[in-house]
Design a binder for this molecule. Sequence first.
Ligand SMILES: *Cc1c(COP(=O)(O)O)cnc(C)c1O
Length: 379
Amino acid sequence: MPVSTSRPMATMAEAVVDLDAIAHNARVFADRAGTGVMAVVKANGFGHGATQAARAALAGGATWLGVSSPPEALALRADGITAPILIWLYPPTETFEKVLLEGIDVSVGTVEALDAVAEAARSMLVVANVHLKLDTGMSRGGAPAAEWAQLFERASMLHRAGALRVRGLWSHLATAEEPSDQGLQDQLTAFDEGLRQAADAGLDPEIVHLANSAAALGLPRTRFDLLRVGIGLYGIEPVPGASHDLRPAMTVQAQVLLTKRVPAGTGVNYGHDYVTDRETTLALVPLGFADGLPRQASGEAAFQVHGVRCPVAGRVAMDQVVLDVGDLPVRPGDVAVMFGPGTDGEPTAHDWARWAKTNPNHILTGIGTRVQRRYEPVR
Ligand SMILES: *Cc1c(COP(=O)(O)O)cnc(C)c1O
């Protein structure tokens, strides 16, 4: 649903989240791959609101939720979400009691964590579901290949003893956007080897998962049983330039607070990096780097006002930017769009990422808490 930019805004700055777009995007992945979809709603649902994004994704056909940490998973449960959830980051002191009581699955890459999970499950008389995490070459989380045999042996023993259930086996790809990358081929080979070793140890996990958004769309052989979909769920093409009918879900916009007509030669904002080259109108917009506008985008960034792209004049400050809107009849209360789906010519999260030399994930997750989230359609 296109976000209306003509009606007056109720708040100074807002992020409008199109929940139908999130449901649609979940469906695109589920239909395309014919596998299960884990909606990755870490980092507050990439800035969209974790619970709202989770509900929309589940409505669109996602069957799992993934978040990084215990508090994120517990917050979903506190909001009444009962779908399976996997977590993969926790401190070495984690006792797992709360997460196991809430039926949250735990990624495990060490024998120590396996034992801690089994112990917590035993003391609380609950079933613990673990997903064994293999480092197949990203050199981040998970067990390195040299420790797989030990991990599988211990997991198999605990599984047979009924101390826990090995429900999943998984890994994460470092270069899924580059199908021809040698590192990617090496990771796929290593993952196959891990699956073989797990089977040799007597493990038969119900859910094998490897693909993130880019792999899910571009590398069919990475799909296995479940896709872990993050950025694609929010409508951002994981490989820029490709087109999979994904719909960007977030529009960030703010009210113009003030306009002023200035002569040529007027220096604007800190340092006077921008000096007007003609008589023009400046428009003050209450969004700054504290709200997630990258300061590095100064000099390149633009907003859309009255259907026209207007450059950010000078630096992005903490709370505000100034736009050069030329001779447009812009008035206080008019809407300035930072980014949206791009369907009406407004900048996109990809544009902001390019201007700031970062990725769209960084732009989306950076949108601060001061920017009011508003959900459409209202349910
Ligand atoms: C964030 C994350 C994902 C989602 O990746 P996208 O590229 O955003 O789809 C999947 N798996 C893990 C382990 C992650 O941390």
